[in-house]
Design a protein around this ligand. Structure first.
Ligand SMILES: C[S@@+](CC[C@H](N)C(=O)[O-])C[C@H]1O[C@@H](n2cnc3c(N)ncnc32)[C@H](O)[C@@H]1O
Length: 195
């Protein structure tokens, strides 16, 4: 059983939906989406990031390691014929896409260098990544550190690792969304990079 199976039922809080929609808007403002594009959301959870983008692209594929998260996405996706899902980890992926997106997944992945290379290899020529996650934080964001491998990410780290993987035109948009939690504020970035 995946840890996130326990959270699936109560995942779609108002804050999380607002966060996903804000990130989706930032993706739309920074990347020209079109009906020839096949996109992947890895760690898609219940799908709140991918839903606002579905109608702008040809196909949307969501993968996640939590079957319970995917069950909720599938329940909501019946009217979207171009949306598919798969119980799959990012490192097991074997297809290629024009755009790969994710939100709040990177800090759950141990080896970001390996992730950056995997994403590069999973893009078509001229493909793009748009990844949102926490900017550096003091370790207070999560109540349990089980499955958490990074306390957010610095611009320097992201720039170095994604450049080394081959990405160009790397752009890091800071403070794309701010989560207020336990009397603290946590900012998210959106990293865009081209193959
Ligand atoms: C914090 S949740 C974010 C869910 C969703 N993206 C959102 O913003 O609401 C992280 C998700 O990433 C998934 N995940 C973690 N590691 C993964 C991996 N290696 N491959 C695919 N999904 C992964 C988890 O199962 C979980 O659903």
């Amino acid at each position: 059983m995946n840890n996130f199976d326990n959270y699936a039922k109560d995942w779609n809080t108002e804050t999380r939906i607002k966060c996903s929609h804000t990130i989706a808007n930032s993706i739309k403002n920074n990347i020209k989406l079109n009906k020839n594009m096949d996109i992947l959301d890895f760690g898609c959870g219940t799908g709140s990031l991918i839903f606002p983008l579905i109608d702008k692209v040809r196909t949307a594929h969501g993968i996640d390691l939590s079957s319970k998260m995917l069950d909720i996405l599938k329940e909501k996706s019946k009217n979207h014929k171009n949306l598919t899902t798969e119980l799959l980890g990012i490192f097991e992926l074997s297809s290629v896409f024009d755009l790969i997106i994710s939100s709040m997944v990177m800090h759950h992945i141990e080896d970001i260098t390996k992730l950056a290379k995997k994403l590069y290899d999973s893009l078509n020529p001229n493909g793009v990544i748009a990844l949102a996650d926490l900017m550096e934080e003091d370790g207070s964001f999560h109540n349990s550190m089980d499955g958490v491998f990074s306390l957010g990410f610095s611009n320097e780290f992201l720039d170095k690792v994604f450049k080394s993987a081959g990405f160009k035109e790397i752009k890091i948009i800071e403070n794309v969304f701010t989560v207020e939690k336990n009397c603290n504020k946590y900012s998210l970035f959106l990293l865009i990079g081209k193959k």
